[in-house]
Design a protein around this ligand. Structure first.
Ligand code: FO1
Length: 309
């Protein structure tokens, strides 16, 4: 019987999947380990894009673009501009309250996991959200114009630079946040959400203790491919995979996870890759993985739970 589930997650793709999952099982039984490699300090504030995307989505606050708060205004950003500060990262007025409160908690001695818990509790979340680590980690993209933080590569420069390498700074020294290893060990099923394998699942997997726990997990591990028909549904996963010298395919994602997953879910359009992926030593399921409607999200969650049994 699958009762407790642990999910590994990035931002928008994972959040959409989790919207389906909370409809097919009790949210109290779900723990989500979220990437913090995108975390960035701007205007003296600690911003955690992926945890916030998951938190806002599950609290039904997220804007239709997949990040930020629905109906938010940007008056503070206008004032930042007047002061000559950088405004490429569009922080909404309501969203700013989250970053101010998180930073206040951190400065007051709270760890990142405790601060995240306070935010989630206040927003009434039943799902447990854990940052992957309380230590500072940062996904850095090495490009033809230099090395830069992932958000700078994605948002400030519009992912236009040629990717040469990806450095997951700090992950070699990072230890998992409290509860992360326990949630992997005690889960009845583990799901790798359809997130960027390089900069979302990559930093989670790069933490040695987490990688070991995943390899030794007694529960089945199912991953969902974020690459469909040779492209990423959202974000720069395809550019990063290509930059690392791999072909942009579901097969490449499966190969990145091959030492710890049992089942790989690919989209119908990639059915032809099924036999090749099986040779990596995993079961492969082809189904619709494009989450346009709530129905799609629920169906994908149901297929994933079935694959865990
Ligand atoms: N993404 C953008 O494309 N442009 C933005 O200005 C932007 C602001 C932003 C503010 C808060 C937040 O939590 C997320 C934000 N994102 C923005 C999303 C974020 O850059 C990425 O989509 C994730 O880091 C990748 O998962």
């Amino acid at each position: 019987m699958i009762q407790k589930i642990t999910c590994l997650a990035g931002g928008v793709g994972a959040a959409k999947f989790l919207q389906g999952l909370i409809n097919v099982m009790p949210p109290e039984d779900i723990t989500v380990v979220v990437n913090t490699g995108d975390d960035i300090e701007l205007h003296g504030l600690h911003i955690s894009p992926d945890p916030d995307i998951v938190m806002y989505t599950l609290a039904d606050l997220v804007d239709e673009k997949g990040w930020g708060i629905r109906g938010d205004t940007f008056n503070s950003l206008g004032m930042f501009q007047k002061y000559g500060l950088e405004t490429w990262f569009k922080l909404g007025d309501k969203d700013l309250a989250t970053h101010i409160y998180r930073t206040h908690l951190l400065k007051g001695g709270f760890s990142l996991d405790k601060a995240t818990h306070k935010l989630c509790q206040a927003l009434g979340l039943k799902v447990k959200i854990l940052p992957v680590t309380n230590k500072r980690i940062a996904s850095q993209i090495v490009t033809d114009v230099g090395k830069m933080h992932f958000e700078e590569y994605l948002v400030k420069r519009g992912a236009r630079d040629k990717v040469l390498d990806v450095v997951l700074e700090g992950t070699d020294l990072a230890n998992p946040a409290p509860g992360v290893i326990e949630s992997i060990k005690s889960a009845d099923g583990i799901i790798v959400c359809p997130s960027n394998p390089i900069v979302s699942i990559g930093p989670i997997q790069a933490v040695q203790q987490i990688r070991d726990a995943l390899r030794e997990a007694k529960a089945r591990i199912v991953a969902i491919s974020p690459i469909i028909g040779g492209a990423a549904i959202k974000g720069p996963a395809d550019k990063l995979i290509r930059g690392l010298g791999m072909k942009v395919s579901a097969y490449s994602v499966a190969s990145l996870y091959s030492d710890f997953i049992d089942v790989f879910i690919i989209d119908e359009v990639d059915r032809a890759e099924k036999e090749e992926i099986k040779k990596l030593g995993m079961k492969v399921i082809a189904t619709n993985t494009i989450m346009q409607s709530q129905y799609d999200k629920v169906e994908l969650a149901k297929s994933t739970l079935k694959a865990l049994e």
